[in-house]
Design a protein around this ligand. Structure first.
Ligand code: FES
Length: 101
């Protein structure tokens, strides 16, 4: 694993996200109510809506375009919708969010 420091946890709004750009993609870093942090490819599996602009609730994010619910742990759309976006490992150490790139 190659852990990269992203930002202090406090820089990600609760129930919100921030975006990290790599050479070939955007990754949304999401913070839940209980301060868990998850990372997904920022593109919704439906029609590529920006997931980072969605609302986080429980361990899901609702896409801002057509309201599909994407599981933050698996990247999978909630039934009856079908699709999946890629997930990345995260951890928080000493209040700093790290992403496995
Ligand atoms: S693009 Fe996300 S629900 Fe349609």
């Amino acid at each position: 694993m190659a852990w990269k420091e992203i930002c202090p946890l406090e820089d990600i709004p609760k129930l919100g996200a921030r975006v990290v750009r790599t050479t070939d993609k955007e990754i949304g870093i999401f913070r839940t109510e209980d301060d868990s942090v998850f990372a997904l490819n920022n593109l919704c599996p439906h029609k590529k809506g920006p997931l980072s602009q969605g609302i986080v609730h429980d361990n899901k994010v609702t896409c801002p375009l057509h309201n599909w619910k994407i599981n933050l742990e698996t990247g999978q759309a909630e039934e009856p919708d079908e699709g999946e976006t890629s997930c990345f490992s995260t951890k928080v150490e000493d209040g700093i969010v790290l992403l496995d790139v």
